[in-house]
Ligand binder design. Structure first.
Ligand SMILES: CC(C)(COP(=O)(O)OP(=O)(O)OC[C@H]1O[C@@H](n2cnc3c(N)ncnc32)[C@H](O)[C@@H]1OP(=O)(O)O)[C@@H](O)C(=O)NCCC(=O)NCCS
Length: 421
Protein backbone atom coordinates (compact mmCIF):
# COMPACT_ATOMS: atom_id res chain seq x y z
CA UNK A 1 0.00 0.00 0.00
CA UNK A 2 1.31 3.50 -0.80
CA UNK A 3 1.88 5.84 2.09
CA UNK A 4 -0.18 9.01 1.44
CA UNK A 5 0.36 10.79 4.75
CA UNK A 6 2.39 13.97 4.41
CA UNK A 7 5.31 15.14 6.48
CA UNK A 8 7.15 18.43 6.34
CA UNK A 9 10.86 18.78 6.86
CA UNK A 10 13.73 21.08 6.03
CA UNK A 11 15.81 20.17 2.99
CA UNK A 12 19.33 21.43 2.27
CA UNK A 13 22.22 20.96 -0.18
CA UNK A 14 22.13 18.28 -2.86
CA UNK A 15 18.72 16.99 -1.72
CA UNK A 16 17.19 20.23 -3.01
CA UNK A 17 18.06 19.12 -6.54
CA UNK A 18 15.77 16.12 -6.29
CA UNK A 19 12.95 17.72 -4.28
CA UNK A 20 12.29 21.48 -4.15
CA UNK A 21 14.04 22.55 -7.38
CA UNK A 22 12.09 20.28 -9.77
CA UNK A 23 8.80 21.43 -8.20
CA UNK A 24 9.80 25.10 -8.54
CA UNK A 25 11.09 24.54 -12.05
CA UNK A 26 7.79 23.03 -13.17
CA UNK A 27 5.87 25.84 -11.44
CA UNK A 28 7.88 28.84 -12.66
CA UNK A 29 10.19 27.75 -15.46
CA UNK A 30 9.96 27.18 -19.20
CA UNK A 31 10.10 23.39 -19.15
CA UNK A 32 11.28 20.79 -19.88
CA UNK A 33 14.95 21.42 -20.57
CA UNK A 34 17.94 19.10 -20.87
CA UNK A 35 18.52 17.52 -17.47
CA UNK A 36 22.30 17.56 -17.19
CA UNK A 37 23.01 21.28 -17.80
CA UNK A 38 20.03 22.15 -15.63
CA UNK A 39 21.39 20.15 -12.71
CA UNK A 40 24.76 21.91 -13.11
CA UNK A 41 23.02 25.29 -12.98
CA UNK A 42 21.07 24.30 -9.88
CA UNK A 43 24.24 23.03 -8.21
CA UNK A 44 26.01 26.32 -8.93
CA UNK A 45 23.11 28.25 -7.42
CA UNK A 46 23.24 26.33 -4.11
CA UNK A 47 25.97 28.53 -2.66
CA UNK A 48 23.85 31.67 -3.15
CA UNK A 49 20.85 30.09 -1.41
CA UNK A 50 22.64 28.70 1.64
CA UNK A 51 20.91 31.06 4.07
CA UNK A 52 17.44 30.10 2.86
CA UNK A 53 15.15 27.81 4.80
CA UNK A 54 13.53 25.39 2.34
CA UNK A 55 10.66 23.30 3.64
CA UNK A 56 9.37 20.38 1.62
CA UNK A 57 6.13 18.50 2.14
CA UNK A 58 6.57 14.80 1.37
CA UNK A 59 3.80 12.36 0.55
CA UNK A 60 5.45 9.10 1.42
CA UNK A 61 8.88 9.47 -0.18
CA UNK A 62 7.70 11.87 -2.92
CA UNK A 63 8.23 15.64 -2.67
CA UNK A 64 4.75 17.14 -3.12
CA UNK A 65 5.17 20.82 -2.28
CA UNK A 66 7.75 23.34 -1.14
CA UNK A 67 8.11 26.84 0.30
CA UNK A 68 11.24 28.87 0.90
CA UNK A 69 11.95 31.34 3.68
CA UNK A 70 14.62 33.95 2.94
CA UNK A 71 16.02 35.56 6.09
CA UNK A 72 15.99 39.24 5.17
CA UNK A 73 15.97 42.61 6.90
CA UNK A 74 13.31 45.27 6.50
CA UNK A 75 12.98 48.88 7.59
CA UNK A 76 9.71 49.38 9.46
CA UNK A 77 9.02 52.87 10.81
CA UNK A 78 12.57 53.71 11.81
CA UNK A 79 13.84 50.26 12.84
CA UNK A 80 15.45 47.53 10.80
CA UNK A 81 13.70 44.29 11.67
CA UNK A 82 14.43 40.66 10.79
CA UNK A 83 12.00 39.82 7.99
CA UNK A 84 10.94 36.55 6.43
CA UNK A 85 10.72 36.75 2.64
CA UNK A 86 8.49 33.93 1.39
CA UNK A 87 9.42 32.60 -2.02
CA UNK A 88 9.50 29.53 -4.27
CA UNK A 89 6.05 28.30 -3.21
CA UNK A 90 5.09 25.38 -5.46
CA UNK A 91 3.05 22.17 -5.37
CA UNK A 92 3.17 19.27 -7.82
CA UNK A 93 0.00 19.54 -9.95
CA UNK A 94 -1.15 16.11 -8.82
CA UNK A 95 -0.93 17.20 -5.18
CA UNK A 96 -2.64 20.58 -5.50
CA UNK A 97 -5.75 21.60 -3.55
CA UNK A 98 -4.97 19.29 -0.66
CA UNK A 99 -3.74 21.94 1.75
CA UNK A 100 0.02 21.33 1.32
CA UNK A 101 0.92 24.99 0.98
CA UNK A 102 -1.41 26.14 3.73
CA UNK A 103 0.39 23.74 6.10
CA UNK A 104 3.85 24.65 4.77
CA UNK A 105 3.18 28.36 5.31
CA UNK A 106 2.02 27.85 8.88
CA UNK A 107 5.15 25.82 9.60
CA UNK A 108 7.46 28.31 7.88
CA UNK A 109 5.91 31.26 9.70
CA UNK A 110 6.26 29.47 13.03
CA UNK A 111 9.89 28.42 12.52
CA UNK A 112 10.96 31.81 11.24
CA UNK A 113 9.08 33.66 13.98
CA UNK A 114 10.79 31.45 16.56
CA UNK A 115 14.17 32.32 15.06
CA UNK A 116 13.45 36.05 15.50
CA UNK A 117 11.70 37.19 12.33
CA UNK A 118 9.24 39.92 13.24
CA UNK A 119 7.55 40.54 9.90
CA UNK A 120 7.07 38.70 6.62
CA UNK A 121 6.52 39.77 3.02
CA UNK A 122 5.94 38.09 -0.32
CA UNK A 123 4.83 38.62 -3.91
CA UNK A 124 1.53 36.72 -4.28
CA UNK A 125 0.39 34.94 -7.40
CA UNK A 126 -3.11 35.81 -6.14
CA UNK A 127 -3.74 38.07 -3.18
CA UNK A 128 -6.72 36.22 -1.70
CA UNK A 129 -4.63 33.06 -1.32
CA UNK A 130 -2.15 34.79 0.98
CA UNK A 131 -4.81 36.94 2.62
CA UNK A 132 -5.89 33.65 4.21
CA UNK A 133 -2.42 33.43 5.75
CA UNK A 134 -2.77 36.87 7.34
CA UNK A 135 -1.14 39.08 4.68
CA UNK A 136 -2.31 42.52 3.58
CA UNK A 137 -1.54 44.26 0.29
CA UNK A 138 1.11 46.96 -0.14
CA UNK A 139 0.98 49.68 -2.78
CA UNK A 140 2.67 48.61 -5.99
CA UNK A 141 5.91 50.27 -7.12
CA UNK A 142 5.45 52.20 -10.38
CA UNK A 143 6.71 50.90 -13.73
CA UNK A 144 7.73 53.93 -15.74
CA UNK A 145 8.58 54.25 -19.43
CA UNK A 146 10.33 57.58 -19.86
CA UNK A 147 10.72 59.02 -23.37
CA UNK A 148 13.67 61.23 -24.31
CA UNK A 149 11.51 64.31 -25.11
CA UNK A 150 12.30 67.17 -22.77
CA UNK A 151 15.24 65.44 -21.05
CA UNK A 152 17.54 68.12 -22.49
CA UNK A 153 15.86 70.58 -20.11
CA UNK A 154 17.74 69.04 -17.20
CA UNK A 155 21.11 68.79 -18.95
CA UNK A 156 22.54 72.01 -17.52
CA UNK A 157 21.11 71.76 -14.00
CA UNK A 158 23.99 72.41 -11.57
CA UNK A 159 24.60 69.75 -8.94
CA UNK A 160 27.43 71.05 -6.75
CA UNK A 161 29.94 68.29 -6.05
CA UNK A 162 28.04 65.96 -8.38
CA UNK A 163 29.69 63.27 -10.50
CA UNK A 164 28.62 60.18 -12.45
CA UNK A 165 30.53 56.96 -13.05
CA UNK A 166 29.56 53.96 -15.15
CA UNK A 167 30.62 50.44 -14.21
CA UNK A 168 29.77 46.83 -14.80
CA UNK A 169 28.09 45.64 -11.61
CA UNK A 170 30.83 43.04 -11.16
CA UNK A 171 33.33 45.80 -10.39
CA UNK A 172 31.10 48.26 -8.49
CA UNK A 173 29.05 45.80 -6.48
CA UNK A 174 30.44 46.85 -3.10
CA UNK A 175 29.61 50.54 -3.67
CA UNK A 176 26.17 49.62 -4.97
CA UNK A 177 25.48 47.32 -2.04
CA UNK A 178 26.65 49.92 0.51
CA UNK A 179 24.15 52.32 -1.03
CA UNK A 180 21.37 49.72 -0.73
CA UNK A 181 22.27 49.22 2.93
CA UNK A 182 22.08 52.97 3.46
CA UNK A 183 18.58 53.04 1.96
CA UNK A 184 17.62 50.14 4.23
CA UNK A 185 18.38 52.38 7.19
CA UNK A 186 16.29 55.24 5.84
CA UNK A 187 13.31 54.12 3.80
CA UNK A 188 10.11 52.60 5.23
CA UNK A 189 9.46 49.12 3.89
CA UNK A 190 12.87 48.76 2.21
CA UNK A 191 14.25 45.22 2.41
CA UNK A 192 17.58 43.56 1.70
CA UNK A 193 18.24 39.82 1.22
CA UNK A 194 21.25 38.08 2.81
CA UNK A 195 24.54 39.26 1.35
CA UNK A 196 25.41 35.77 0.11
CA UNK A 197 22.35 35.73 -2.16
CA UNK A 198 22.84 39.21 -3.58
CA UNK A 199 26.41 38.44 -4.63
CA UNK A 200 24.82 36.49 -7.50
CA UNK A 201 24.21 39.89 -9.07
CA UNK A 202 27.94 40.63 -8.85
CA UNK A 203 29.04 37.23 -10.12
CA UNK A 204 26.65 37.11 -13.06
CA UNK A 205 28.00 40.56 -14.03
CA UNK A 206 25.23 41.12 -16.55
CA UNK A 207 24.23 44.70 -15.71
CA UNK A 208 25.62 48.15 -15.99
CA UNK A 209 25.36 50.34 -12.92
CA UNK A 210 25.51 54.10 -13.06
CA UNK A 211 26.49 55.62 -9.72
CA UNK A 212 25.66 59.25 -9.00
CA UNK A 213 27.77 60.81 -6.29
CA UNK A 214 27.58 64.12 -4.51
CA UNK A 215 30.64 65.15 -2.54
CA UNK A 216 31.95 61.59 -2.91
CA UNK A 217 28.83 60.02 -1.39
CA UNK A 218 26.61 57.83 -3.53
CA UNK A 219 23.29 59.66 -3.94
CA UNK A 220 21.73 57.65 -6.74
CA UNK A 221 22.11 54.39 -8.62
CA UNK A 222 20.47 52.67 -11.54
CA UNK A 223 21.17 49.11 -12.65
CA UNK A 224 20.39 48.58 -16.30
CA UNK A 225 20.83 46.61 -19.47
CA UNK A 226 20.53 47.89 -22.99
CA UNK A 227 18.91 46.01 -25.82
CA UNK A 228 20.30 47.58 -28.92
CA UNK A 229 20.57 50.86 -30.75
CA UNK A 230 17.20 52.51 -31.27
CA UNK A 231 15.49 50.21 -28.79
CA UNK A 232 15.33 50.86 -25.09
CA UNK A 233 17.47 51.08 -22.03
CA UNK A 234 15.95 48.71 -19.49
CA UNK A 235 16.54 50.01 -16.03
CA UNK A 236 15.89 48.21 -12.79
CA UNK A 237 15.04 50.34 -9.76
CA UNK A 238 15.69 54.07 -10.06
CA UNK A 239 17.21 54.74 -6.64
CA UNK A 240 17.99 58.21 -5.39
CA UNK A 241 18.56 59.89 -2.07
CA UNK A 242 17.18 63.35 -2.59
CA UNK A 243 17.26 65.71 -5.51
CA UNK A 244 20.96 65.46 -6.39
CA UNK A 245 20.87 61.73 -7.06
CA UNK A 246 17.74 62.01 -9.15
CA UNK A 247 18.97 64.91 -11.29
CA UNK A 248 22.34 63.26 -11.91
CA UNK A 249 20.71 59.99 -12.99
CA UNK A 250 18.37 61.87 -15.33
CA UNK A 251 21.35 63.72 -16.80
CA UNK A 252 22.94 60.34 -17.49
CA UNK A 253 19.80 59.11 -19.26
CA UNK A 254 19.74 62.39 -21.21
CA UNK A 255 23.15 61.56 -22.65
CA UNK A 256 21.44 58.59 -24.34
CA UNK A 257 18.48 60.57 -25.69
CA UNK A 258 19.47 59.97 -29.31
CA UNK A 259 20.52 56.37 -28.77
CA UNK A 260 17.37 54.84 -27.26
CA UNK A 261 13.67 55.30 -27.88
CA UNK A 262 12.79 54.98 -24.18
CA UNK A 263 14.09 54.27 -20.68
CA UNK A 264 12.20 51.89 -18.43
CA UNK A 265 12.63 51.66 -14.67
CA UNK A 266 10.81 51.17 -11.39
CA UNK A 267 9.99 53.97 -8.97
CA UNK A 268 8.76 53.66 -5.38
CA UNK A 269 4.94 53.61 -5.14
CA UNK A 270 4.92 57.27 -4.08
CA UNK A 271 7.32 58.36 -6.86
CA UNK A 272 5.88 61.32 -8.79
CA UNK A 273 7.81 62.09 -11.97
CA UNK A 274 5.13 64.50 -13.25
CA UNK A 275 7.06 67.63 -12.34
CA UNK A 276 10.63 66.37 -12.72
CA UNK A 277 11.12 68.78 -15.62
CA UNK A 278 9.07 70.71 -18.14
CA UNK A 279 7.89 68.70 -21.17
CA UNK A 280 8.49 65.37 -19.44
CA UNK A 281 6.84 62.51 -21.33
CA UNK A 282 6.34 59.15 -19.69
CA UNK A 283 3.80 56.40 -19.43
CA UNK A 284 3.00 54.68 -16.19
CA UNK A 285 2.84 50.99 -17.05
CA UNK A 286 2.10 49.80 -13.52
CA UNK A 287 -0.12 46.80 -13.77
CA UNK A 288 -1.84 44.60 -11.21
CA UNK A 289 -2.78 41.23 -12.65
CA UNK A 290 -2.46 37.66 -11.40
CA UNK A 291 -0.21 35.77 -11.52
CA UNK A 292 2.74 37.82 -12.82
CA UNK A 293 2.09 41.44 -11.91
CA UNK A 294 1.25 41.35 -8.25
CA UNK A 295 1.78 44.01 -5.64
CA UNK A 296 3.67 42.76 -2.59
CA UNK A 297 1.98 41.81 0.66
CA UNK A 298 3.14 41.79 4.27
CA UNK A 299 2.21 40.59 7.72
CA UNK A 300 3.43 40.76 11.29
CA UNK A 301 4.81 37.59 12.88
CA UNK A 302 5.58 38.93 16.36
CA UNK A 303 3.80 41.84 18.05
CA UNK A 304 6.47 42.08 20.78
CA UNK A 305 9.12 42.32 18.06
CA UNK A 306 7.63 45.63 16.92
CA UNK A 307 8.78 47.36 20.13
CA UNK A 308 10.86 50.44 19.40
CA UNK A 309 9.45 51.39 15.99
CA UNK A 310 8.67 55.11 15.62
CA UNK A 311 5.04 55.90 16.28
CA UNK A 312 2.76 58.80 17.20
CA UNK A 313 1.88 59.73 20.76
CA UNK A 314 -1.16 57.66 21.63
CA UNK A 315 -2.17 54.55 23.58
CA UNK A 316 -4.59 51.91 22.47
CA UNK A 317 -5.60 48.39 23.40
CA UNK A 318 -5.91 45.93 20.53
CA UNK A 319 -7.35 42.46 20.55
CA UNK A 320 -5.86 40.54 17.66
CA UNK A 321 -7.98 37.57 16.62
CA UNK A 322 -7.99 34.58 14.26
CA UNK A 323 -4.25 34.12 13.86
CA UNK A 324 -1.81 31.56 15.27
CA UNK A 325 1.08 34.05 15.57
CA UNK A 326 -0.18 37.47 16.63
CA UNK A 327 -3.45 36.66 18.42
CA UNK A 328 -3.76 38.13 21.88
CA UNK A 329 -4.58 41.34 23.64
CA UNK A 330 -1.98 44.03 23.54
CA UNK A 331 -1.54 47.53 24.90
CA UNK A 332 0.31 49.57 22.30
CA UNK A 333 1.85 52.65 23.86
CA UNK A 334 3.43 55.36 21.75
CA UNK A 335 3.70 58.11 24.34
CA UNK A 336 7.51 58.16 24.16
CA UNK A 337 7.51 58.21 20.35
CA UNK A 338 8.78 54.63 20.28
CA UNK A 339 6.32 51.78 20.43
CA UNK A 340 6.05 49.94 23.71
CA UNK A 341 4.20 46.64 23.51
CA UNK A 342 2.60 44.98 26.50
CA UNK A 343 0.73 41.73 26.35
CA UNK A 344 -2.41 41.75 28.49
CA UNK A 345 -2.59 38.57 30.59
CA UNK A 346 -5.45 36.30 29.68
CA UNK A 347 -8.23 35.70 32.18
CA UNK A 348 -6.98 32.15 32.69
CA UNK A 349 -3.82 33.68 34.13
CA UNK A 350 -1.47 33.24 31.15
CA UNK A 351 1.63 35.35 31.71
CA UNK A 352 1.64 38.66 29.91
CA UNK A 353 4.91 39.68 28.38
CA UNK A 354 6.13 43.19 27.97
CA UNK A 355 8.79 44.59 25.74
CA UNK A 356 10.19 48.02 25.24
CA UNK A 357 11.18 50.47 27.93
CA UNK A 358 9.26 51.20 31.08
CA UNK A 359 6.82 49.27 33.17
CA UNK A 360 3.82 47.41 31.81
CA UNK A 361 0.68 49.33 30.99
CA UNK A 362 -1.51 46.84 32.83
CA UNK A 363 -4.66 45.58 31.21
CA UNK A 364 -5.30 48.78 29.32
CA UNK A 365 -8.90 48.80 30.50
CA UNK A 366 -10.25 52.28 29.94
CA UNK A 367 -8.10 52.75 26.85
CA UNK A 368 -9.68 52.99 23.38
CA UNK A 369 -9.99 49.37 22.22
CA UNK A 370 -10.07 47.83 18.75
CA UNK A 371 -10.41 44.28 17.48
CA UNK A 372 -8.06 43.50 14.59
CA UNK A 373 -7.25 40.56 12.39
CA UNK A 374 -3.64 39.91 11.40
CA UNK A 375 -4.32 41.92 8.22
CA UNK A 376 -5.68 44.86 10.18
CA UNK A 377 -2.61 44.89 12.40
CA UNK A 378 -0.25 44.69 9.41
CA UNK A 379 -2.15 47.38 7.51
CA UNK A 380 -1.74 49.80 10.43
CA UNK A 381 1.87 48.94 11.24
CA UNK A 382 2.93 49.35 7.60
CA UNK A 383 0.67 52.42 7.25
CA UNK A 384 -1.14 51.24 4.13
CA UNK A 385 -4.75 51.56 5.34
CA UNK A 386 -6.52 54.09 7.51
CA UNK A 387 -8.35 52.51 10.50
CA UNK A 388 -11.67 53.31 8.81
CA UNK A 389 -10.58 51.32 5.74
CA UNK A 390 -9.32 48.49 7.94
CA UNK A 391 -12.83 48.12 9.35
CA UNK A 392 -14.42 48.50 5.92
CA UNK A 393 -12.35 45.66 4.49
CA UNK A 394 -13.42 43.34 7.31
CA UNK A 395 -10.02 43.44 9.00
CA UNK A 396 -11.33 44.61 12.37
CA UNK A 397 -13.94 46.33 14.49
CA UNK A 398 -12.85 49.83 15.34
CA UNK A 399 -15.02 52.54 16.89
CA UNK A 400 -14.38 56.22 16.24
CA UNK A 401 -12.32 56.74 19.41
CA UNK A 402 -10.07 53.73 18.73
CA UNK A 403 -9.77 54.76 15.07
CA UNK A 404 -8.45 58.16 16.12
CA UNK A 405 -6.01 56.62 18.59
CA UNK A 406 -4.72 54.16 15.97
CA UNK A 407 -4.47 56.92 13.34
CA UNK A 408 -2.24 58.89 15.69
CA UNK A 409 -0.19 55.85 16.69
CA UNK A 410 0.37 54.64 13.11
CA UNK A 411 0.31 57.60 10.71
CA UNK A 412 -0.09 56.75 6.99
CA UNK A 413 3.12 55.53 5.34
CA UNK A 414 4.16 54.06 2.01
CA UNK A 415 6.31 50.94 2.27
CA UNK A 416 8.67 50.36 -0.66
CA UNK A 417 9.78 46.72 -0.49
CA UNK A 418 12.56 47.11 -3.12
CA UNK A 419 13.88 43.52 -3.02
CA UNK A 420 12.24 41.12 -5.41
CA UNK A 421 12.30 37.46 -4.56
C1 LIG B 1 -0.51 28.09 -5.89
C2 LIG B 1 -0.08 26.73 -5.40
C3 LIG B 1 1.31 26.86 -4.78
C4 LIG B 1 -1.08 26.26 -4.35
O1 LIG B 1 -0.62 25.05 -3.75
P1 LIG B 1 -1.63 24.01 -3.02
O2 LIG B 1 -0.79 23.03 -2.32
O3 LIG B 1 -2.63 23.55 -4.00
O4 LIG B 1 -2.31 25.01 -1.96
P2 LIG B 1 -3.46 24.65 -0.95
O5 LIG B 1 -3.94 23.24 -1.17
O6 LIG B 1 -3.03 25.01 0.41
O7 LIG B 1 -4.61 25.68 -1.40
C5 LIG B 1 -5.04 25.75 -2.74
C6 LIG B 1 -6.56 25.80 -2.79
O8 LIG B 1 -7.08 24.52 -2.46
C7 LIG B 1 -8.02 24.64 -1.42
N1 LIG B 1 -7.94 23.40 -0.62
C8 LIG B 1 -7.02 23.10 0.31
N2 LIG B 1 -7.27 21.86 0.83
C9 LIG B 1 -8.34 21.39 0.16
C10 LIG B 1 -9.07 20.18 0.22
N3 LIG B 1 -8.72 19.22 1.07
N4 LIG B 1 -10.10 20.03 -0.63
C11 LIG B 1 -10.45 21.00 -1.49
N5 LIG B 1 -9.80 22.17 -1.59
C12 LIG B 1 -8.75 22.37 -0.78
C13 LIG B 1 -7.58 25.87 -0.66
O9 LIG B 1 -8.64 26.40 0.10
C14 LIG B 1 -7.16 26.77 -1.79
O10 LIG B 1 -8.34 27.32 -2.35
P3 LIG B 1 -8.42 28.73 -3.13
O11 LIG B 1 -8.18 28.38 -4.57
O12 LIG B 1 -9.79 29.19 -2.85
O13 LIG B 1 -7.35 29.63 -2.58
C15 LIG B 1 -0.02 25.68 -6.57
O14 LIG B 1 -1.23 25.74 -7.27
C16 LIG B 1 1.11 25.93 -7.55
O15 LIG B 1 2.20 25.36 -7.42
N6 LIG B 1 0.91 26.81 -8.55
C17 LIG B 1 1.93 27.21 -9.51
C18 LIG B 1 3.02 28.06 -8.85
C19 LIG B 1 2.50 29.24 -8.05
O16 LIG B 1 1.61 29.96 -8.48
N7 LIG B 1 3.09 29.42 -6.86
C20 LIG B 1 2.74 30.51 -5.96
C21 LIG B 1 3.65 31.65 -6.17
S1 LIG B 1 3.28 33.00 -5.09
Amino acid sequence: MTDTSSTIRRVTGEELLATAYPLQDYAFGATPVAAAPQADGWRRSLAYREDNVTLVSFTGAEASATAVGIPMRQHVRGRTLPMLGVSGVATHPAARRQGHVARLLTRLHGEMRDSGHVVSTLYPYRMSFYERAGYVGFPKPRSIRLFPDGLHRIRHAEVPGGELSLHRIGTAFDDYHRFIEQLLGERHGFSVPPRRSVTELRDSDSHWVILARQNDEVAGALLYRTNGFGHELQGSRFLSRGLAGRVLLLQWLGLHAEQYSAFTFELPPDGRPDLWYTDIRYTDETKIASPLHSAPMGRVLSVEGLAGISVGSSRVRVEVVDDPFVAGTWVLDGTTGELEVNSVPTRSGGAGSGSGAGSGSGTGSGLPTATLTSHGLAALVYGVLDPAEVALQGYGKIDAEAAQALRTLFPPATPYLFASF
